[in-house]
Write a protein that binds this ligand. Structure first.
Ligand SMILES: [Zn+2]
Length: 395
C-alpha cells in the first residue's frame, strides 16, 4: 500500500497495518452516546495493549461503561508524566443516509477509512495506543511515565474525564496531549463553555390590572440584556478572540392577557483562557442579585461547566511536537486554536498543565454524515505519538 511509504525505524509497515485493523475494529463497535457503551472499546484496546507489551487496566464506571488507563512499562517517574488522552464515545449517526455503513469501517482502495468515529476520535485513540505499542516493542525507556487515558462520555458531559480526575489519574502528569481531530495541526488553545439556566418567578395578574402582577418575562428580558452586554473584563485572546454570550432558549407566560409569573432562559457563554469561570460566576451572581427588585425572584443554575484551555505557543511541549512534525515532513506546523471544548476542559484547569490538541482527521468531518479519515494521515499520527516522547524528554 503506497500510504505506508516513508517508513521510519519507529513504525514498520506491519505496525501500520495493525493500526488500520485496530481502528476498523474500534469503528465497528457502536459507542454512540447516549448511551455510550464504551466498555467494549476499552476491553478491546486493553486486550491488544497487553499483547503489545503495554501495562494497564480498565476503570469500570457502570455496567457498560469504562475508562482505560495504559502505561509504557519500565519508565521511571523522575520527571512528570506525559499523558495521552482520547475519548471512546461518538455522536449519533444523524438522519441522512451514509455512503458506507456508519459502523462498517469500509476501507476504500484510495486509502480512506469510513465510519462514525473515524475522525472523532477512534482514529486518534488507535494512533496513540499503537504509537505507544511501537515504543513498548522497542523497549523504549524514558525518565517519565508515558500514559494513555481513554475516556467515556466526552460528547455529552465529559463524565469519564471527571471520574478520572477525581480518582487521581492526573497525579504526576506534566504534559497532556489529546488526539482530537486537528488535521495534525497544533491546537494550543480552545474555548470553554458555561451553560446557565435562569428562572424568574413573579406574580400572575389579569393584564387589565397589570400593576397587581410581577412580570417574570419582563424582568428576565432586562437581566438577559445585561448578561448579553457583559464585559468579561478581558480583551481579545490570541487566536480565539473574545468570549461570547448566546441566549439559547426562553420560555414564559401562557396567554396574552395574563401577566406571566414564570420565565426560564438558558444561556450559553463561550470563554477564552483569559476568563476564570469562578470569577465569571461570581460576576453573574452579582448581576442576578442586582435584578432581584420589585418582588421578582431569580434562580441561577449552572448546567454545564467546561473551562477553557490555553498553553503558551512556545511551551516546551508545543515546540517538541513542532520538531516531531517537521521530522515527519511538515515544513511549517500550524499553531492554532479551536472554539469547541474537549476533555482538556476537565483535565487541565486544576493544575494548568501544558495541554496540546493534535490528532489525525479533518475536524470539519467530525459529527458529519460520511465521517472518514485518510489512512496516510492516521499512520503519520501514530508515528508522531511514538516519536513525541523522545523530543519531550530529549532522549
Ligand atoms: Zn471528540
Amino acid at each position: 500500500m503506497d500510504q505506508m511509504q516513508g517508513e521510519t525505524d519507529l513504525f514498520s509497515s506491519a505496525e501500520a497495518a495493525e493500526l488500520v485493523e485496530v481502528t476498523r475494529a474500534l469503528i465497528g463497535i457502536d459507542t454512540v452516546n447516549p448511551p455510550g457503551n464504551e466498555r467494549a472499546v476499552a476491553q478491546l484496546l486493553l486486550d491488544r495493549a497487553l499483547e503489545w507489551g503495554l501495562e494497564g487496566e480498565i476503570v469500570e464506571l457502570s455496567a457498560d461503561r469504562a475508562n482505560l488507563q495504559l502505561r509504557l512499562p519500565g519508565c521511571s517517574a523522575d520527571r512528570p508524566a506525559l499523558m495521552y488522552c482520547g475519548h471512546f464515545d461518538t455522536v449519533p449517526l444523524g438522519g441522512a443516509p451514509w455512503t458506507h455503513a456508519a459502523h462498517g469501517a469500509h476501507l476504500s482502495p484510495e486509502g480512506v477509512l469510513w465510519g462514525r468515529g473515524a475522525v472523532d476520535m477512534k482514529g486518534g485513540v488507535a494512533a496513540m495506543v499503537c504509537g505507544m505499542a511501537a515504543l513498548a516493542r522497542r523497549s523504549a525507556r524514558f525518565p517519565a511515565e508515558i500514559r494513555f487515558l481513554g475516556t467515556i462520555g466526552e460528547e455529552v458531559d465529559c463524565a469519564g474525564a471527571r471520574a478520572a480526575l477525581d480518582a487521581g489519574a492526573m497525579d504526576g502528569v506534566g504534559q497532556l496531549v489529546i488526539a482530537e481531530p486537528t488535521n495534525m495541526e497544533l491546537v494550543v488553545a480552545h474555548k470553554g463553555a458555561l451553560f446557565l439556566e435562569l428562572t424568574a418567578r413573579g406574580r400572575a395578574a389579569h393584564a387589565a390590572m397589570a400593576e397587581q402582577g410581577i412580570n417574570a418575562v419582563s424582568h428576565m428580558m432586562r437581566l438577559l440584556g445585561r448578561i448579553e452586554e457583559l464585559d468579561f473584563g478581558v480583551g481579545e485572546y490570541p487566536l480565539l478572540g473574545r468570549p461570547t454570550v448566546t441566549v439559547g432558549t426562553i420560555t414564559g407566560g401562557s396567554v396574552v392577557n395574563i401577566v406571566p409569573d414564570r420565565c426560564v432562559a438558558q444561556v450559553d457563554l463561550r470563554t477564552t483562557p483569559a476568563v476564570d469561570h469562578q470569577t465569571l460566576l461570581a460576576m453573574l451572581a452579582h448581576l442576578v442579585d442586582a435584578h432581584r427588585v420589585d418582588g421578582v425572584e431569580f434562580d441561577l443554575h449552572v448546567t454545564g461547566d467546561y473551562p477553557p484551555v490555553g498553553t503558551a505557543p512556545d511551551d516546551p511541549l508545543v515546540t517538541a511536537a513542532d520538531r516531531v512534525l517537521r521530522t515527519l515532513g511538515d515544513d511549517a506546523p500550524h499553531k492554532t486554536a479551536v472554539s469547541y471544548f474537549s476533555d482538556g476542559s476537565i483535565l487541565q484547569p486544576p493544575t494548568g498543565l501544558p495541554t496540546l490538541l493534535c490528532g489525525p482527521g479533518d475536524p470539519t468531518l467530525a459529527h458529519q454524515t460520511d465521517e472518514r479519515i485518510d489512512v496516510a494521515q492516521l499512520i503519520r499520527a501514530a508515528r508522531f505519538f511514538s516519536e513525541l516522547p523522545y523530543e519531550v524528554f530529549d532522549q
